[in-house]
Design a protein around this ligand. Structure first.
Ligand code: NAI
Length: 338
């Protein structure tokens, strides 16, 4: 039986990296029945609804999505469809593993970075509750609930136990947001008490940012509310080579949508030079989720081989290869990896 997967190319560089990733996944030989669904900034503007019904119907059929980025207008225009999708499908856990790639020269090449960010994905300032109280005075509400905080904490600790990770650091700003982040911390502490074999630590987010830059190798699993997770993810992506590399998974009770950390990169869209590694690595996570561990391992090993050889890197990493040439190299490596 083929797996059914909804492929959402998105917009900007999305269609380019999605096509490359689909080729790489298909090269593993796993049988996937792809349903392509259109979700772009343009279509949202045209249909006037946050999320086209066709996309939701497809995800209800397949339960699994592989998604490219979708553009959100800055300071005005429609709300983020990415946030809307996560809320609508209740994809409460955002998981972002960050590791050095072998052979890739970065400022931290000699430092063994292997950490995972767990980001609460449904509330915090992403609740989108903003209000102009009087002209030129705006409030943006940060929503933290016990239910959502316990749920992401439980997911993170379960993951750490299963994958034998040693330490979880909760990241917060409870010295200032004593109630909101204070509640988040009470929930992470309560959960931590049930997992005595896992070391539990807490760091204020500004200090966490500095420690991550100074000593990224000392971090294992990081657990945080939505906004800090968004910002810290890009910071740690910068440690291992940039946004072209880091994958992500949005996990809920009934659905899972896999997407890169990066956005639609309008500055390079349409040029054929986007790095598809981040979406390919997201596809590795997706294959694991589908129970295709061997195919996941083959694709992961193929990507690592291409980096070790270093001949097909895209311009964001100092290379000259196009998106397609990088994909060609991965496809060739997948076929060569037994
Ligand atoms: P961005 O991630 O699109 O780009 C930031 C920088 O990284 C740019 O210089 C870009 O060229 C580079 N970059 C990103 N991905 C790359 C790749 N795969 N290969 C090579 N270079 C890459 O962030 P930005 O510019 O802040 O956002 C652009 C749009 O994307 C916005 O509308 C934003 O809302 C949207 N966005 C969508 C996301 C999603 O769909 N999940 C996530 C983040 C942003």
């Amino acid at each position: 039986m083929p797996h059914k997967v909804t492929l959402i190319p998105g917009d900007g560089i999305g269609p380019e990296v999605a096509a490359a990733t689909r080729r790489a996944v298909d090269a593993t030989g796993v049988c996937i029945d792809w349903e392509t669904a259109e979700l772009t900034g343009r279509i949202i503007q045209e249909c006037g609804s946050e999320l086209p019904q066709a996309v939701l119907d497809s995800l209800d059929r397949t339960r699994v999505g592989l998604k490219g980025p979708v553009t959100t207008p800055v300071a005005g225009g429609f709300q983020s469809v990415n946030v809307a999708l996560r809320k609508r499908l209740d994809l409460y856990a955002n998981v972002r593993p960050v590791r050095n790639l072998p052979g890739l020269k970065t400022r931290y090449s000699g430092t063994p970075i292997d950490l995972i960010i767990f980001r609460e994905n449904t509330e915090d300032l992403y609740a989108g509750l903003e209000h102009e109280v009087v002209k030129d005075v705006v409030t943006s509400l940060k929503v933290i609930t016990r239910t959502a905080s316990l749920r992401i904490a439980r997911y993170t600790f379960d993951y750490a136990r299963r994958e034998k990770r040693k330490r979880i650091t909760a990241v917060h700003k409870a010295n200032i947001m004593k109630l909101g982040d204070g509640l988040f911390l009470r929930c992470t502490r309560e959960t931590a008490a049930e997992y005595p074999e896992i070391e539990y630590k807490e760091l204020i987010v500004d200090n966490a940012a500095m420690q991550l830059v100074l000593r990224p190798e000392t971090f294992d699993v990081l657990l945080m509310p939505n906004l800090y997770g968004d910002i810290v993810s890009d910071l740690v992506a910068g440690l291992v080579g940039g946004l072209g590399i880091v994958p992500g998974a949005n996990i809920g009770q009934n659905h899972a949508v896999f997407e890169a950390v990066h956005g639609s990169a309008p500055d390079i869209a349409g040029k054929g030079i986007a790095n598809p590694t981040a979406l390919m690595q997201s596809a590795v996570l997706m294959l694991g989720h589908l129970g295709e561990q061997q195919a996941a391992a083959r694709l992961h090993a193929a990507i690592e081989r291409v980096y070790l050889e270093g001949a097909a890197l895209t311009p964001d990493l100092g290379g000259t290869a196009s998106t397609d040439q990088f994909a060609d190299a991965v496809v060739k490596a997948v076929k060569g990896v037994s």
